[in-house]
Design a protein around this ligand. Sequence first.
Ligand SMILES: Nc1ncnc2c1ncn2[C@@H]1O[C@H](COP(=O)(O)OP(=O)(O)O)[C@@H](O)[C@H]1O
Ligand SMILES: [Mg+2]
Length: 393
Amino acid sequence: MTENNETQPTRLYFTGDCDGLVDLRESLTSHPDLEVVGWSDHVAQAAGVLAGGHLDCVLHGTRSETFPATEIAAIREQTRTPIIVVASATGGSLLDEALNADIADVLVLPQLVDNVVFAIRKAAHAKRQVTTVARHQQGRVITVFSPKGGTGKTAIASNLAAALAKQGRKTLLLDLDLQFGDAAIVMGVEPEKTIYDLVLAPGELDIEKLAGYTTKHQCGLDILPAPLRPEDAELVTESKITRLLEVARQCYDAIVVDTSPFFHGPMLATLDRTDELLVLCGLDVPTLKNVRLALQTLELLSFPSRRIRYVLNRANSKVGLNSREVEAALKVTVHSTIPSDRIVPISVNRGTPAVLSEPGSEFAKALNELAKAVMTPAEKQGKPRKRLSLARS
Ligand SMILES: Nc1ncnc2c1ncn2[C@@H]1O[C@H](COP(=O)(O)OP(=O)(O)O)[C@@H](O)[C@H]1O
Ligand SMILES: [Mg+2]
C-alpha cells in the first residue's frame, strides 16, 4: 500500500563538506522528488533544523578517510532521520566504521545524480516504514502541570500512574521536576538509578537501555526518578528528553510526567510530545492567577487546546471559591474534579499511593475515572473541549 506522504517530496538537509558536494546539492535542488531544506558546514549551527525540520534524510559530507564519528554523533543528538555519508575519498577505515554505525549509506563522489537520488529515496522509504510501525504502538504522554508549587502535581501524577498500572496499562512515571522531584519517595521506592544516570550513559538510548534505568513498583508501574541532587538537573537536556519520550512511547501504553512549575527547556520538549496536558487548578486566587498566565504561554506556544484537560484539585474544600467561579475566571470548562482527602498526605508519608492503599475512597475513585479519561483521545470523547479564549484584564 502506498503511504500518502510517499507523494510528498523527500526533505533533505546537508551538513559538512567534501569535494563535489556543492555541485551535487545544486543538482538535487532542481530534482522534482526532492526538497533541499538547507545546509550548514557545521552540525552545531544546524541543531534547530535537525531537531525540528521534519527531515527525511541528512547528507553529511566529509573529506576525511576515517569515519566522522563526532559529527555523526552530533547529528544523532538532534534527529533519528537517516544519514548518508558523502565522501571525497575512501580508504582508511571509513567504510568499515560506517558499517557498524547507524548510517543508511556511504557514497563516494563523483556519482551519477540518479544513483544519489535512489540512495536518498531508499533511506527515506525505510524510515517511513519504521515510523508507520512505530505509530501503531505509540503510548500516550500524559503531562501533569501547574504553574504553582503545592497544587498536587506529584500527588495526582503518582496516583494516576498507579491507577493506570492497576487498570493493566504498561505505565511509566517520569519525574521531570528535575531539581526537587519527589515521585520516587511518594511511591515508596528507593531507586538505584535516576534519569541523571540515564542521560550520562554512553551510546544511543533504546528500549533495552531505558529498561535498565527504571525502578519497578510492586503495582507493576515503572518509575524513572528525578536526579538526586538539584545541580545535576541541567544535564537533562531538551534533546535527551525528546529521545527519552520517543523511546518510552514505543514500549509503554502510558507515560505520566510529573513536572515543576516552570516552562524550561525540558518542559517545552515534553509539551511537544504531550498527548494530554493536565492543567491543575486549585481553589485559590494566586493559583488561578498563575494558571491564567500559563494558559497565555501555552497559547503563544501554539499548544493545541484540545489536548488540555482542566483538573480541579481539592474541589470540595470550603474556601470561598467554587468550581463554577474557577471556570468563569479562566473561561474554560473544568473536566475533572479531585476531592480533598486526608488519606492523600497520609499515604504520601507512608510511601503508598492512596489509589492502592484506599481503593474505596472518593479520591481513588476520582483518580480511576481520570485514568480512564486520559487514555481516550479528545476526538473520541464526544464532547469537544472548549477552545481557549483568554480574557486579558
Ligand atoms: N486532593 C488532595 N487532598 C489532600 N491533600 C492533597 C491533595 N492533593 C495534594 N495534596 C497534598 O498537598 C501537598 C502538595 O502536593 P504535591 O503533590 O506535592 O504538590 P506539587 O507537586 O504540585 O508541588 C502534599 O502534601 C499532598 O499530599
Ligand atoms: Mg511535586
